[in-house]
Design a binder for this molecule. Sequence first.
Ligand SMILES: Nc1nc2c(ncn2[C@@H]2O[C@H](COP(=O)(O)OP(=O)(O)OP(=O)(O)O)[C@@H](O)[C@H]2O)c(=O)[nH]1
Length: 400
Amino acid sequence: MEYVYLIIAIAVVLFATTGALVGNTVRRRRRLPPARTGAETPPAVEKSAVEQAGSEPASGVGLLERPAAPAARTAADETDVVAAPPAHEVPAPSAGRLVRLRARLARSQSSFGRGLLALLSGDDLTDEDWDDVESTLLLADVGVTATSELVAALKERTAVLGARSWSDVRDMLRDELLAQIGTTADRSLRTAADGRPGVLLVVGVNGTGKTTTCGKIARLLVADGKSVVLGAADTFRAAAADQLETWGGRVGAVTVRGAEGGDPASVAFDAVKRGIADGADAVVIDTAGRLHTKVGLMDELSKIKRVVTKQSPVDEVILVLDATTGQNALVQARVFTEAVDITGVALTKLDGTAKGGIVIAVQRELGVPVKLVGLGEGPDDLAPFEPEGFVDALLGDPVR
Ligand SMILES: Nc1nc2c(ncn2[C@@H]2O[C@H](COP(=O)(O)OP(=O)(O)OP(=O)(O)O)[C@@H](O)[C@H]2O)c(=O)[nH]1
């Protein structure tokens, strides 16, 4: 009988031991996938490694939050760790943008371009007609001197032509407007000079579209295959740096920023340093443009330029002007030219005005070319300025 009790006891012990072992193995198997996530996710809702990789944030921040368990990592886990680079936008190439966006100049086209064509197409032009031509030019913000020159040239040519077809008038007007705008200036943005990044300083009064223009310039350069570093040297308004960072982030451009209210020159210096270290093609620096005192503005801009120059020459100083502000834009332009040597103008909001003639007035006033025109609020609504494309957009289709 004692043997029977002994056998039963041994059987009970064996059964208990086997049960525990099987239980552990099953539990361990169930826990394997959660080693990737650190959570006891029920198997029924677990995703495959590929599915999980697809749903991870591109930054890989989620991965860092998991408990480190290198010994338990599998090949699938390693693939997952290499987070996909964030997908950056690659805007369409910049060439021909102005022509593609010509419809945005509709307001200038109807009153300035077509208005002039209609006036000049009359058979016998009276003094009254010429007065109308003059006021059309002045209302389009062409400026007094350029208007006088244009009227004189047009009077002479109509006298020589005599009877004129519509296309004769269009050709004549096209020639004279192009002569005023100029077709020989270098309107390209200088980038990647002598194996170092081109440095572009963007200046202008707040509200002219300066920060968005910096972002759009970055997109233009990326569209043309260049790499860009942005410098948020408008430390006066924290939102400007955030805005710039968002613009840059979309096309993979790093933004160097400083503390709110910090020294703009030091941010500009760091941005150029970063651009050189990264081997970037261009460094685009946004600046604050408060015009409270001319002296303050001059000091700030010349300090930025001086500090940046310790590392690299400044290749471009782009003045951003709001085309809708007319004469005010010219007053601002004058102040900025006294503070810093402007190399080109970005004329924004041309889509919102009938005063396309400001292109002529600004160039005359500053003696520097309009290099860029803003034709809308969209990310790719900034176009390299092309005189012929611009004049053709104003005058409409040559064939009638
Ligand atoms: N219609 C139109 N709007 C534009 C154009 N360029 C800029 N804007 C708008 O103008 C407004 C002001 O632009 P910002 O870039 O913030 O102006 P800012 O000069 O940098 O001002 P701060 O950031 O304060 O220095 C925004 O709503 C832009 O979308 C343009 O070409 N056309």
